[in-house]
Design a binder for this molecule. Sequence first.
Ligand code: GLU
Length: 298
Amino acid sequence: MTEPSRQTVGQDAPVFRFAPSPNGRLHLGHALSALLNADMAEKTGGRLLLRIEDIDLTRCTPELEQAVFDDLAWLGIPFEKPVRRQSEHFPLYREALDRLQAMGLVYPAFLTRGEVKARVSEYEREGGIWPRDSDGAPLYPTEERMLSDAERAEKLATAERYAWRLDIGKALAAAGHPLSWRETGDGAQGEISADPAAWGDVVLWRSDAPASYHLAVTVDDAAQGVTNVVRGLDLFHATSVHRLLQALLGLPQPVYHHHRLVLGLDDRKLSKSLGDTALSALRAEGKTPSDIRAMVGV
Ligand code: GLU
């Protein structure tokens, strides 16, 4: 990718983004994602943005963010400046939450993770099957949707912490029609039916981190004018939630391309804890950027 093509992109050029979370070192899976974004932007005369997804202020650090820049520079991927940092845009996510609240679609959720876990275990011990989302996490119990105003006010006055969750039933009714997205990736392709109900009452604002991934990513893709989302297949099903939020907030819908995952030798999805596939470790071993391209097959 050459600098001149960066400067000659038209107003309606496609906009791609790579959106890593600096809560660990980048690994081969990130390299595949970043390189695919770069190649697709290059091929289509598009723009390439970098977004630092650092909403989790406890796990994301400036050192890890710098490591992201270093790894990407080493790979030779030129991103537009300035880089967007999610931690600098919390008021924007709050505005989106406030709009959903004004529409009556969110509610304060008081159960802790432990309480939900205990509830699920008890239910399943008695032979019930608690519904789970596509990541295998139990859906949040729905009874707090039904609290009276007085009960809710009382809980809000005394709760140490609470989250904001989307009332998925009301949200689907407000969206009004079935949702879908255009998919060009390595799994199912074409017009994909979104199934946001499979996620239950998703959390939009956490008690321990402002804004959830789903809310921030949806708001940011729109704020940055992203037209093409290229990311791993592990986020395929999450797109259902993003489509719902786009519909509720009146945001444009990008085209999605969910690419294959890079598997470790033992076929596990790569994680940042598998240090041997960290780009920095491979670089220290003497691997070159073209070795990395060969290793991830692009
Ligand atoms: N920040 C997410 C991650 O590192 C990616 C989000 C996205 O591409 O939508 O897994």
